[in-house]
Design a protein around this ligand. Sequence first.
Ligand code: HEM
Length: 462
Amino acid sequence: MTHQIPQPRKIPFLGNLTSIDREAPTNSFMLLYQQYGEIFRLDLIGAKVVVISSHSLLNEICDDKRFSKAIAAHIKEIAVLVHDGLFTAHTLDKNWGIAHRLLMPVFGAAAVRDMFPAMEDVISQLVDKWERFGPEYVIEPAKDYTRLTLDAISLASMSSRMNSFYFEDVVPFVAAMNRCLAESQLRANRPRLATAVMASARAQFDADLKLMTDFAKSIVQKRKANPTEPDGHKDLLDRMLTAVDTKTGEKMTDDSIVDNLITFLIAGHETTSAMLTFVTYELLKHPEALFKLRAEVDEVLGDRPVSLEDLPKMPYTVAVMKETLRLRPPASTRSVCPKEATTIGNGKYSVTPEDIITVNVTQVHRDPKVWGDDGDLFRPERMLDGKFEALPPNAWHPFGFGLRACIGRGFAMQEAQMAIATIFQRFDLVLDDPGYTLRLKQNLTIKPSGFYIRAYPRKRLA
Ligand code: HEM
């Protein structure tokens, strides 16, 4: 016999909307988890959401045969901008299939290694900035890491320079994108009628959509007018313009290329920037881990710049990244729908294709059954010496699962490792406010809010 899934009391018309903190929905999921446990139901303006927070339930829904990615409310709103781009498409959409098959190899290990020079170029811009400004300058890491990750994905994927480090504020593309993502999040949690009467918010949203689409279209047009020389370096945009999908015999359409370029700029920078910001936060709050990481970096690199060959020689640095992604997954939720009516929890709970099953990744990553009683603590050692490889399937889940898992995982991990090694080789970072305690803000990803540091130069490179 199945059990009823617990649900907080609903309010007429709004359902459970008032149970969700609009600034950081993740915080609400964590609070509701404490009240209702590993599974609870929410009615969010007509959407029937089932939130799961245990590893065993997550492991059950990691099955592409029984469950497929749900285009939840906030993703639907982003689809207004990027249509059936890789992140927002349904798995059965034809354009998703073509883009997935053509672009997966472009983000494979060998291809990502080729992107090393682009990443190195942009990381050096961040280091130069922090060195030149000196320790008096208060740095908001989330902002400079966003500059770094946006410029790196743009340079690596379409050979286009955003030059974010030369702008006092964010570049216009990012300003538009931030407003769009924030508005998408609000729209997802606001009755449609309210959006319909908010004329100025709608006008701003439309103007931002146009700015971003025009930007991507102009990149495509310029490349078509000046294709890369046959013997020249081929980037992701070349692949999008020329490759033919063997299954359908078709190329990507211009619209699909534009949608996916914007998708890469959005998905490829916010998440990695959040990860770098959380790594910085965790290291500054855990001096013993910082000490070990720096000892490793100093031993491997000495006074010279990081190279590709150095990366596998820094396991502690990778453990710090994995542990940070566990405790603070930047994409703190992901959602699936059952393909047909079924049960989860070993037959305990009934779910139907109308249900959106949302994974509370932050809590799953602390499940005591997997991580023990100290799952709330930052302890990179739990990712070392074969322990990571011995984890149960899907216990570590920051990049999603299966067909719809993150295409940029290798890119993000390489870029972040290069950046962390270089930054901690070159600087002593300190908290601007030693008493800072973590506050979160949430857009498409979660990030620390009000988090500032200073950078004392340590080493000049040989
Ligand atoms: C999908 C996380 C970096 C591009 C995803 C998903 C997650 C994720 C959880 C699955 C979403 C879902 O199931 O709805 C992350 C994290 C990153 C990161 C934590 C960094 C630390 C990147 C980078 C790129 C990228 C650097 C681009 C180069 C994408 C795309 C998808 C995706 C295009 C959709 C794939 C598909 O459905 O076919 N990411 N991501 N991500 N990510 Fe990432």
